[in-house]
Write a protein of this length. Structure first.
Length: 282
């Protein structure tokens, strides 16, 4: 246990104190009740590339906005501060992990899977009448962020884990627990907790393979779990699992969704995924 804790600390130490600067500024601004839309707009607009990408997202068909969104302040008024801040985080994180060895992970495949998972989660949440569907999108898009941190901080161990998963057909979490003493889900949850992300996002990351174990914000890991499976069934890239993850039966019970509905939304996701990937990548 001590060895596992030491390895865990080595993996997360460089990350827990260094959230992406833009998110850190936005998070601090959210803590101040006097912060205006214009203040948030200035923070985001200080990064022209991010601002342009967020406007592309705001003007995409996913929102169905009748009029064109021309400014970040306008986008904040329509999408909301918290959800646009989360989208900003997701957008920034796409660029945070460049340089990972291609034999560990194909980043295009990884983000294809993540975005496909986000689209599935968004469709499920919308069908269930949830109001903040973009938070489910973000949670799903970032659910495997712990894997990327492991690839960056412990590439040799990660290579060993992925090799065993491929040749033994074992789940990523199973082999991670055996080799490291912890999982990518735990890494992501600790980092996001230290960054001050909403507890709903932390729960989604921590329990996306075991939603039945979540004690609060249970719908988030539940929907992310289902979305993850759908993305694997559709062969939309990979987060590192050698096979389709095992379904937690409580996920269907909690959502009240039928298996036929989860199959039906796949056509909708397939139509949207290429465009969605284009919103995050040039």
């Amino acid at each position: 246990m001590e060895k596992a804790n030491a390895v865990f600390n080595d993996v997360v130490t460089d990350w827990i104190g260094s959230p992406p600067p833009i998110y850190h500024k936005l998070h601090q601004a959210m803590q101040n009740s006097d912060t205006s839309f214009a203040d948030f707009g200035e923070i985001i607009s200080a990064d022209p590339s991010l601002a342009a990408r967020l406007l592309r997202i705001a003007n995409s068909p996913f929102y169905g906005i009748g009029s064109r969104v021309e400014t970040i302040v306008h986008a904040l008024g329509i999408i909301g501060i918290e959800q646009l801040t989360e989208l900003a985080l997701a957008t920034v994180m796409v660029n945070q992990f460049k340089g990972i060895d291609n034999d560990l992970v194909n980043m295009q495949s990884f983000w294809m899977h993540s975005i496909g998972c986000g689209l599935a989660a968004r469709a499920i949440a919308k069908n269930m009448g949830e109001r903040q569907v973009e938070t489910y999108y973000t949670a799903s898009m970032l659910h495997d962020i712990g894997s990327l941190i492991l690839y960056k901080e412990s590439p040799e161990k990660s290579r060993e884990i992925l090799t065993r998963c491929t040749f033994e057909g074992l789940s990523l979490s199973t082999v991670e627990q055996e080799v490291l003493g912890f999982t990518h889900a735990e890494v992501g949850a600790v980092v996001f907790t230290k960054w001050g992300l909403p507890r709903s996002l932390v729960a989604a990351v921590q329990y996306h393979h075991r939603p039945s174990e979540a004690k609060d914000h249970v719908l988030y890991p539940t929907i992310v779990h289902l979305a993850d499976i759908i993305a694997y069934e559709m062969d939309l890239g990979t987060g590192g699992e050698p096979t389709i993850p095992e379904l937690d039966p409580t996920a269907i019970q909690r959502t009240g969704l039928t298996r036929s509905f989860l199959t039906e939304i796949q056509d909708q996701i397939r139509e949207q995924v290429d465009e969605a990937v284009g919103l995050f990548f040039d």
